[in-house]
Write a protein that binds this ligand. Structure first.
Ligand code: ADP
Ligand code: MG
Length: 349
């Protein structure tokens, strides 16, 4: 069962809050996340939040009622000092926005309708993915050095800018570069081929170099403040795990590393869901010296990454510029392989 591109429901190009499809209307008056319009509220409108608390929240990066409504109790308690109070404030923020804890399956269905797809620019890859890169999900590209992970990230930063009829979301990309391999020149090449003005294409990519894992987490926290304002529809983290592996070597650090990585992936998933953006991450492979049969390579990051990433794609090198992609670990996708090429023009069939 492959997922289908829901192009027929694509509405406005910058849909954020009103994009829920009109085919089935909510009958219960329930509000789904994507319908939430918090623009008319300020933090001070939340019951129990006065000027002082509002300032504390803003200083900590909670600038909108939505941010507070979806904060975790522990996170918020760190800002305002008490778990009890944090809980109350979160519930009050949710009430203000009309969020309720339960929804019917119909409401959930309507929520899913807000999901959009970004074309990879390569038909075979799009088909493999069931329509392209999905918003509200984390898509992981795994592979050895030179497999094409970074190339796909570059390509997607261009594709997301295209109008929906050309496979994009008419939005911007945020590129979090942990290895220093982002190349604007490459973006310009790809943009030209896709009919975009190269300089405009560069302006629509917001770049952040992450120097260590703490920095990486901090950038994602900061990103919350600009996603809406900049109309970011794609967040790239290239690579997800590299810093964590380098900073927490050996068995003795494994638990701490995995906990932190888990926190990072959760924050990415939450952003993907709340803001209806696509998150794309890359991951390295590591050798399993004790495996004699089957694939001796496995993705880095263990269970935390395996559970956190919604879709996982394994990339392999073929002859010359040919690459092979395969979805693994997915209950929805057939065990199918497709090929694509890396050329001057980017990723192509
Ligand atoms: P990784 O999986 O390590 O991130 P990359 O995405 O950097 O791998 O892919 C590197 C591959 O992309 C190299 O094999 C290189 O030949 C190819 N490549 C990079 N730029 C170009 C280009 N302008 N034209 C053709 N191939 C390119
Ligand atoms: Mg790379």
């Amino acid at each position: 069962m492959t997922r289908r591109r829901r192009s027929s429901t694509a509405t406005s190009t910058t849909e954020t809050s009103t994009a829920v499809t009109a085919t089935i209307r909510p009958t219960t008056g329930a509000v789904t996340i994507m319908e939430i319009d918090d623009s008319k509220y300020q933090l001070e409108d939340i019951d129990g939040v006065g000027k002082v608390t509002a300032q504390k929240l803003r200083d900590a990066g909670y600038t909108t009622v939505r941010d507070v409504a979806f904060a975790s109790v522990r996170e918020l308690a760190e800002v305002i000092g008490s778990e009890e109070r944090a809980k109350t404030i979160i519930l009050n923020a949710q009430r203000l926005l009309g969020i309720k804890p339960f929804m019917t399956a119909l409401e959930y269905y309507q929520r899913r309708q807000a999901v959009r797809y970004i074309s990879t620019g390569c038909r075979a890859l799009d088909e493999l993915l069931g329509g392209g890169i999905e918003t509200r999900a984390i898509t992981e590209f795994v592979g050895e050095f030179g497999a094409g992970k970074t190339q796909i990230c570059h390509q997607l930063c261009v594709m997301v800018q295209l109008p929906p009829e050309k496979g994009g979301l008419a939005g911007k990309a945020l590129y979090i570069d942990t290895e220093g391999t982002f190349r604007p020149e490459r973006i310009m090449q790809i943009a030209k081929y896709r009919g975009l003005d190269p300089e405009e294409a560069l302006k629509n990519i917001i770049y952040a170099r992450a120097y260590n894992s703490d920095h990486q987490i901090m950038i994602v926290d900061e990103a919350k403040k600009i996603i809406r304002q900049e109309n970011i529809r794609l967040i790239v983290v290239d690579s997800l795990v590299a810093h964590f592996r380098a900073e927490y070597p050996g068995r003795e650090n494994l638990a701490a590393r995995q906990q932190k990585l888990n926190q990072h992936i959760s924050q990415l998933l939450k952003i993907a869901d709340i803001y209806n953006v696509a998150v794309v991450v890359t991951n390295q492979v590591i050798a399993q010296p004790d495996v004699f049969f089957g694939n001796p390579l496995k993705p880095a990051g263990g269970n935390v990454v395996a559970h956190g990433c919604t879709y996982r794609i394994w990339l392999r090198k073929g002859k010359e510029n040919i690459r092979i992609a395969k979805v693994f670990d997915s209950p929805y996708h057939p065990e199918k392989e497709v090929t694509f090429r890396i050329t001057e023009e980017g990723i192509v069939d």
